[in-house]
Design a protein around this ligand. Structure first.
Ligand SMILES: [Zn+2]
Length: 475
């Protein structure tokens, strides 16, 4: 088991050696999207980054239980317990039922993220299906004196939790010096936050409770669902850096008051997103949905573009980044294709030691707080070296190199198990033909597929269909 992994823990604000609670199972909870719209590049950055972390832990021999929720109720348009429920607001605008809207965007989530080669969560809970557990949890907090009911709503009293602010650094003393514009009058302290909200007239998503017909607050949902599936104390909690305050801070206050135990041992947060150098925001109108980008970008190129930045840093998405990533990816595809053409039995280079070194560099980079840009740059260097020495490599060594790429691909997930025609090796038009034929084969349109094969053969390209995809050879 890999005991050399270090993780930057937002809680301690430093890198720490990762020691799992149980040596053979890692438990992770990640704040999922509020499903009132399609996923954008900010979600892509977060969940692709977390996917590689999860895959690396699996690759290192751990069993991982990965829980990522879909928020379908209680996330308000304003952090100070004001505003409308985001799902209800959008459902009204779109003239559909809230759960119809939620189902649509959950299925869109899976379309987008499966295309980006992100593994599905092991458990993907929805708060609307955990109302009973949420009510029970709140009752414990009231009984223990951490929460209070007032005119049908329940609030968490932040002055009762002495560690409030430990994650974000926003302690109550600091908060007092800041100004808050809107606060609900009935709260004991302006920083108190809602656990249960009494539904106003016309509100659709609502349930009976001991306090009122209402709905849960956003923060309590993650406390309840992580506790239900992973226990009071678990290994890793992940989220976007915009979740640190108030969402994750409030989760800690609720969970630790509930159980008396530390909630998560490592708090991990991913950085935000810029588009062509500008902050991505709906108000700027530069938000990019994943499904829009997929219309003219290969999903694996988007995935690689994300991994070329460290998960904690801010990523600047630009057409330049996508083009560079496409070239990087192509260099690997092209070497993998060329390795299939190696025919000699004679070797003139020490491939095993090159592979060992490359694997070691990859592991060292990933062990250091999952440094994917460094790990990838080692892989690109290795690829260059192989390309420059192709004539000196034997058939057996070619197989050894392919096995190495496939092994590493278990972590980076670039779909290297499927041989693709290399864009820069082949003429653009020939490449399109190969893709076109693949599509025809998928549709079982054998006539078109055979027609394209014959056409390519005339141009000196021979295609062979194998279990791992199509292979091509220049005659
Ligand atoms: Zn959450």
């Amino acid at each position: 088991m890999n005991d050399q992994i270090s993780i930057y823990n937002t809680l301690s604000r430093k890198k720490e050696r990762f020691i799992p609670k149980s040596p053979d199972e890692i438990k992770m909870y990640v704040c999922g999207p509020t499903v009132y719209d399609f996923s954008h590049l900010g979600h892509a950055k977060g969940y692709v980054s977390l996917d590689v972390i999860r895959r690396y832990l699996l690759w290192s021999g751990f069993k991982v239980t990965y829980v990522q929720n879909f928020t379908d109720v209680g996330h308000l348009t304003d952090d100070a317990d004001e505003g409308e429920d985001k799902i209800e607001k959008r459902a009204k605008e779109s003239k559909v039922g809230p759960m119809e809207l939620v189902d649509k965007f959950i299925s869109a989530y899976f379309n987008d993220f499966r295309a980006l080669n992100v593994l599905d969560p092991d458990i993907a809970p929805r708060p609307s299906e955990h109302i009973k557990e949420i009510i029970d949890f709140i009752e414990v907090l009231i009984k223990k004196g951490f929460a209070y009911e007032i005119i049908g709503s329940v609030y968490f009293d932040v002055t009762k939790f002495k560690d409030y602010g430990k994650l974000s650094g926003r302690t109550l003393e600091k908060a007092k010096t800041g100004t808050r514009i809107e606060v609900r009058d009935e709260k004991r302290n302006p920083e108190d936050f809602a656990l249960w909200i009494k539904a106003e007239t016309g509100h659709i998503l609502k349930w009976d409770s001991p306090w009122s017909v209402g709905y849960p607050g956003w923060h309590i949902e993650c406390s309840v669902m992580s506790q239900k599936y992973l226990g009071n104390n678990f290994d890793i909690h992940g989220g976007g850096s915009d979740n640190i305050f108030p969402h994750n801070e409030d989760e800690i206050a609720q969970s630790e008051s509930f159980s008396g135990e530390k909630m998560a041992n490592y708090w991990l947060h991913w950085g935000m997103v810029k588009i062509e150098g500008e902050k991505m925001s709906k108000s700027k109108g530069n938000s990019k949905f994943i499904f829009n980008l997929l219309e003219n970008h290969d999903p694996i190129v988007i995935r690689l573009a994300i991994l070329k930045s460290h998960y904690r840093s801010i990523i600047n998405f630009s057409e330049k980044l996508f083009t560079e990533s496409e070239k990087n990816l192509d260099s690997i595809y092209s070497v993998l294709a060329l390795l299939q053409e190696v025919e000699t039995e004679k070797s003139q280079v020490e491939i095993s030691s090159w592979i060992n070194k490359a694997r070691q560099n990859f592991i060292l980079a990933m062990n250091d707080d999952f440094n994917t840009p460094l790990a990838l740059s080692h892989l690109f260097d290795f690829t260059k070296k192989i390309k420059a020495n192709l004539e000196k490599i034997s058939v057996t060594q070619a197989l050894e190199i392919q096995a190495f790429y496939l092994d590493i691909d278990g972590v980076i997930g670039l779909g290297l198990d499927k041989v693709r025609p290399s864009k820069y090796e082949l003429d653009e038009c020939l490449r399109e033909k190969i893709y076109e034929r693949e599509d025809a084969r998928k549709r079982k349109d054998w006539q078109t597929a055979d027609g394209i094969r014959d056409e390519l053969l005339k141009k000196g390209i021979e295609l062979e269909d194998t279990a791992s995809g199509v292979k091509y050879k220049k005659l």
